[in-house]
Design a binder for this molecule. Structure first.
Ligand code: DGJ
Length: 728
């Protein structure tokens, strides 16, 4: 059993393969977080860990424990003695605001229940996990909080969320409605963020914790390129292979908050959930609010293992559908090849050339609908522009099919240009404040996804287009963030619910479309990787990692992304040189090798390649075919970080049976007479003998991991090296 309750100490112990998570109910019914870390045998940790309240300011009163209210609460509320960052706050009808939740009851069930209206991890069979449900309530305000903990049996994963309710006779208004809080007894950690921007998403940034609150957040209405809903706290000297690491990731695609607060006693509280910024949610008596799911991962052996745990969980217990475990088609996307300037003949020409090279799918990107020859008009009018294409969609798909390729299509459903028939017919369908001008972003406004009529319109339009031809793939783009976030349909006292209702509306549309078209492969995108989060991965098993297709910049972007997200979910394409985002020239094979780290495809005008380069596509595709299984299903190890090393970046994949491995290294910048870089491999069987094909040598796994070898010298910037390792 992964979940045990000790009656005597009134403690719960949640055990994953190498970690324990302990909760305890006090005499007065408060639910305290006691411990999360390497496996422990005891339940009652009273003499080892203080209540974290003994020396606080000495509040007196019925509700105080010992001498204060600042205890290690499992789901802290505000206003009743705890002054640190809360997980939940609620304003009662009389305007008062205090939350002090007490234990009511608990139950344990096999498996994992779904979350109402929200994406979440799931189990394939009930024996994969157990779920603890703890009912808590504040009898004064009437707030109830049902806390869910799912404990995975074979992975060091605990997922958490809460369902908040109102048992009072009058409404409550939630301010903070977060998903989880964790208490760590020290502040001796460094904290990882994955900040970025358009075209440089998810850069790796570690910083030691300091007193006070340090937050990672998005207030943009989507998870954003600027910050990812993920963090890790790690021992100060932790590395890829060493140290305790605590990972936190939110299964949510909207504004989020992750905050680590170090208090005056050097303890650390971490909270994660929907961003309380500009948010409130009215709970009428009897109503419920479900928070998104937080995925907590522990590793006692460094952050490499944490990442592999996330990869395994998300590959098999988050992504869904027929494409979850299937090799993805090698695609060519016409965006960087043609931008808006295409018709059916040009696309078919591209498809014919692509077929010669062994590419399997053509994706028609932005510009096929409404009146859309640039980014100033047409969004919202999801009707095929046959005049521009020169034929119907069905005819185009048939011609591409005749060329030997399957067909994919682009949509940006949540957006609308003021210059569109949809806007002219429904100006009230956008997010805007009626009394002030609305900001445009990329010449577009945002549809009010909280409106059922908008949701129905999108489902109807997308279904109609998908029904017109044999479409096998859909890229779901989203190219601006939210401003003037106001819905014409919500009353004033529910107005600030619009941020979350937008996301719920988006999830509803995604759910309906993906269920109606289960065979279509969906890829999410938001100006590149602006919405790379587990919420989107639940509906779409791959994400366009970045609009930056430069192979050298991609090293950092993909490296950062790999901290939380499986390699198999990362959209990666070979593009033209000079690169359209950086102007850099990189060798064709290097571009292919970097694009192998993901779903693999092309994004360039193949008709303009010279013969020598065109011939290299065959080599790249051969390499893809040879290693695809290993990359898709193998364990991923980061070896040399491009963030810590200006010269090389390296990583490797190891098959689950440890019989094969594939090492990749890319030279970011060549220096003359440089000190050869030594790389120690990871993840091999120490006792097994391996042959490295390209070096022609055989060594045992332990030698390759403990001693390693020097990266063979290459000449010229941006060269790549691939090593094939096979067990003898
Ligand atoms: C942003 C995407 O990231 C690009 O790949 C492309 O689809 C454009 N939008 C089209 O507008």
């Amino acid at each position: 059993m992964s979940i045990q309750f000790d009656e005597q100490s009134r403690s719960f112990k949640l055990d994953t393969p190498s970690a324990s998570y302990v909760l305890q109910i006090t005499e007065k019914g408060q639910l305290l977080h006691r411990y999360w870390g390497k496996t422990v045998s005891d339940y009652d940790l009273g003499a080892l860990l203080p209540w974290n309240g003994a020396q606080t300011i000495g509040l007196q009163g019925e509700n105080t424990i010992d001498a204060g209210g600042e205890m290690a609460f499992e789901f802290p509320g505000g206003g009743a003695g705890d002054h640190r960052v809360p997980a939940v706050t609620a304003v009662a009808a009389d305007g008062s605001s205090a939350v002090d939740l007490r234990y009511v009851s608990h139950s344990v069930t096999p498996g994992k229940p779904p979350l109402s209206g929200l994406p979440a991890t799931y189990v394939n069979s009930d024996d994969e996990a157990e779920t603890l449900v703890i009912e808590t309530a504040d009898d004064y305000s009437g707030l109830t909080a049902t806390l869910y903990y799912t404990v995975f049996k074979n992975l060091d994963v605990i997922t958490r969320h809460a369902v908040l309710g109102n048992k009072a006779a009058t409404p409550l208004t939630l301010g903070y409605a977060l998903s989880a809080a964790i208490e760590l007894p020290t502040n001796k950690y460094k904290m990882l963020g994955l900040p970025g921007a358009w075209a440089r998403e998810r850069q790796v940034e570690w910083a030691p914790l300091r007193r006070g609150g340090q937050s990672l957040q998005s207030r943009r209405g989507y998870s954003s390129a600027m910050m990812n809903p993920f963090t890790a706290l790690a021992d100060l000297d932790a590395s890829e292979t060493r140290g305790d690491v605590y990972g936190f990731n939110l299964v949510y695609s909207g504004s989020f908050l992750i905050e680590a607060e170090v208090d005056h006693k050097d303890t650390t509280r971490v909270v994660i959930g929907v961003n309380p910024y500009d948010f409130s949610w009215k709970l009428e008596p009897g109503e419920l609010f479900t928070t998104p799911e937080a995925v907590l991962v522990f590793s006692a052996t460094g952050y490499g293992e944490m990442s592999r745990t996330y990869h395994k969980l998300y590959s098999k217990n988050l992504c869904r559908g027929v494409w979850r475990d299937k090799r993805r088609p090698i695609l060519i996307n016409n965006w960087e090849a043609t931008y808006f300037n295409f018709n059916a003949d040009r696309l078919v020409g591209l498809a014919e050339k692509a077929a010669e090279a062994g590419i399997e799918m053509l994706v028609m990107d932005d510009g096929w609908f409404g009146k859309r020859d640039d980014d100033r008009s047409g969004l919202g009018d999801w009707f095929v522009n046959e005049e521009k294409l020169g034929c119907s969609l069905a005819e185009l798909v048939e011609r591409v099919d005749d060329a030997g390729l399957s067909f994919g299509i682009w949509f940006e459903p949540e957006m609308i240009n003021p210059d569109s028939d949809l806007y002219r017919a429904h100006p009230d369908w956008v997010l805007r404040i009626p009394t002030r001008p609305a900001n445009l972003g990329r010449n577009q406004l945002v549809l009010d996804m909280s409106r059922p009529d908008v949701q129905d319109y999108l489902v109807e339009r997308i279904s109609d287009v998908l029904g017109q031809a044999d479409i096998k793939y859909l890229k779901w783009d989203c190219n601006r963030y939210l401003t003037e976030t106001f819905s014409a349909l919500l009353p004033a006292d529910r107005s600030r619910e619009v941020w979350h209702r937008y996301i719920l509306g988006l999830y509803d549309v995604l759910d309906r479309i993906t269920s109606a078209f289960p065979k279509v492969l969906f890829e999410s995108c938001a100006s590149g990787g602006g919405r790379y989060d587990p919420g989107m991965l639940y509906y779409m098993p791959q994400t366009w990692t970045s609009d930056n297709t430069d192979a050298i910049d991609r090293l950092s972007i993909q490296y950062g992304t790999s901290f939380a997200y499986p390699i198999r979910t990362m959209g990666a394409h070979v593009s033209a040189i000079p690169n359209h985002q950086t102007g850099r020239n990189t060798p064709f094979m290097t571009r292919g090798d970097v694009a192998l780290q993901g779903t693999f495809g092309y994004e360039l005008d193949l008709t303009k390649l010279d013969e020598a380069e065109f011939d290299l596509i065959e080599d790249q595709i051969d390499r893809y075919q040879e290693y695809q299984k290993l990359i898709f299903g193998g364990d991923f190890y980061r070896l040399i970080s491009p963030f810590e090393n200006p010269f090389e970046a390296a990583w490797m994949y190891v098959s689950p049976d440890k019989k094969a491995a594939f090492v990749q290294c890319v030279l970011q910048r060549k220096v003359a007479n440089h000190v050869p870089r030594r790389v120690q491999l990871q993840g091999l069987d120490p006792a097994a003998l391996y042959f490295i094909e390209e070096l022609g040598v055989s060594y045992h796994g332990d030698s390759l991991m403990h001693i390693g070898f020097e990266i063979p010298e290459v000449f010229g910037d941006h060269e790549s090296i691939c090593l094939t390792i096979k067990r003898k």
